[in-house]
Structure formats: structure tokens, C-alpha cells
Design a protein around this ligand. Structure first.
Ligand SMILES: [Zn+2]
Length: 241
């Protein structure tokens, strides 16, 4: 664990070093082939923290495939949030996190809380944290106002969308429904909720997932069921499911 002074003096570079130490205690590990023989790629044109696997030639950084893989949120903020959530006996609310990190957006803080809490319970971080750090049950609790409102709004919109588009068979028509578009407009904070819905019922959430993430987990040759499976797998590896 870092002290508060160490945490607050973090730069992007030292935050990355900290994460590398945490996730790669035995040195860099290739996410594709699990090879341990990687070379750092320095130089002005290289992304910070970039490495290349000498076995399979894949380029990667420590954040690939982890909850920290989001270019909009500085690594420094992730590490501070992570430390706060581990260190606090009473748990940390998204509101506190927003204040501490000086975020304008409550949604971003909520999104981080949700993902860190999930990683503590399920991801590789859960293994790391076992025995070393007590993580409180209430960490990142969602029971405070705006988060509940977000979930409620999502449920209402999803229910409205299901009801009003149930008769439509064309996915394009379903996707242009205003309720569906508003869910897309909620952005990344909606992702855990969408995945929850998708697990419950295999509905047409793929368009929303694509629009929000800018990615496509499914392959063109996939049928609907395979595409949903691919997206659920995508969500699992990133801590949303
Ligand atoms: Zn490799």
C-alpha cells in the first residue's frame, strides 16, 4: 500500500510503474501468448509503457484487457481510486471519489467505483488482494442517490424500449427507438447495466454496446447467439459482467 502522500504525488509515469508492479510481480507478461520475454519500446512515437512480446510479436501495455484500459481516465486517477477503495474501512462512495479526484462528472466516478469493486471480487486483482488487503463489503456502494437514479432510469428506458419495440422484427427499427438512443447517450456508465440485461435476456443490445464502446466483439460470420456470447465474453474480460 502507498501512503496518502505517495498516492497524491503520483504522475502518469509512476502510476504506470505501480500498476506494472501490481499486475506483473514477475515482470511483463504478454496478454496474448503469456510469454515472459518482452522488450520495452521507447522513443517519441511510441505510446507510454509500450512493450513488444519477443515470442509472438504482439505489442501491449500493462493496461491491455484490464479495468484500467480506458484512454479517457488517467492512470493516476485509477490508482488513487483503487488505493482509496482498498484503504478505507468504511468503503468509498462514488461521490467521495468524484470529490477526491476533482472530477466534473459523477458518472465517471461511479463507473470507476463499479469497475474497481468488480475487479476486487472477480478479476486478477481479487487474487492479488486476497489476504493482503481487507476490502470492505460496502466498497463502492451503489446505494447512494445518483447511482440509484442511473439504474432506475436505465430500467425504465429498457422496459419502455422492450414494450414499444416488441412487435418490430427489424433491428434497425429497434435501435432508433428514442429510449434505446437515450441508453446509448448514457455512455459507459450504462455498460454494466446493459450486460446485466443481456445476461438475463438475450435481447438486441449489441448495437448499443457497439455504439458506446466503439468496438465490435462479434465477427461478421456470427449468428445472433454467437454474437451475444462474444459480447458477454468481451464484458467478462473487462470486468463488466
Ligand atoms: Zn506474446
Amino acid at each position: 500500500m502507498m501512503t496518502l502522500a505517495e498516492v497524491t504525488s503520483l504522475t502518469e509515469g509512476t502510476a504506470r510503474q505501480y500498476l506494472e508492479g501490481l499486475l506483473w510481480p514477475d515482470g511483463p507478461l504478454c496478454p496474448r501468448c503469456k510469454g515472459k520475454n518482452a522488450t520495452r519500446i521507447d522513443g517519441e512515437s511510441a505510446r507510454p509503457g509500450l512493450l513488444m512480446c519477443n515470442d509472438c510479436r504482439k505489442q501491449f501495455t500493462v493496461t491491455v484487457g484490464t479495468i484500467f484500459e480506458d484512454s479517457h481516465i488517467p492512470l493516476r486517477s485509477w490508482v488513487i481510486a483503487f488505493q482509496m477503495m482498498c484503504a478505507s474501512k468504511k468503503g468509498v462512495s462514488a461521490k467521495q471519489l468524484q470529490r477526491q479526484l476533482g472530477f466534473g462528472s459523477y458518472e465517471t466516478a461511479w463507473f470507476m467505483c463499479h469497475r474497481i469493486r468488480h475487479a476486487m471480487q472477480n478479476g486478477p486483482l481479487a487474487e492479488l488482494l486476497k489476504g493482503s488487503v481487507e476490502c470492505d463489503e460496502t466498497v463502492g456502494t451503489l446505494s447512494n442517490g445518483p447511482a440509484v437514479q442511473l439504474e432506475r432510469l436505465f430500467s425504465e428506458l429498457a422496459a419502455q424500449w422492450r414494450k414499444e419495440t416488441g412487435m418490430l422484427s427489424v433491428i434497425q427499427q429497434k435501435a432508433i427507438h428514442p429510449a434505446y438512443q437515450r441508453i446509448i447517450g448514457m455512455g459507459k456508465p450504462a455498460l454494466p447495466l446493459i450486460f446485466q440485461e443481456l445476461q438475463r435476456k438475450r435481447d438486441h443490445w449489441i448495437w448499443a454496446l457497439r455504439a458506446i464502446t466503439g468496438e465490435d466483439a462479434a465477427k461478421p460470420e456470427h449468428n445472433f447467439k454467437q454474437a451475444v456470447d462474444a459480447w458477454l465474453e468481451w464484458g467478462r474480460t473487462r470486468g463488466y459482467v
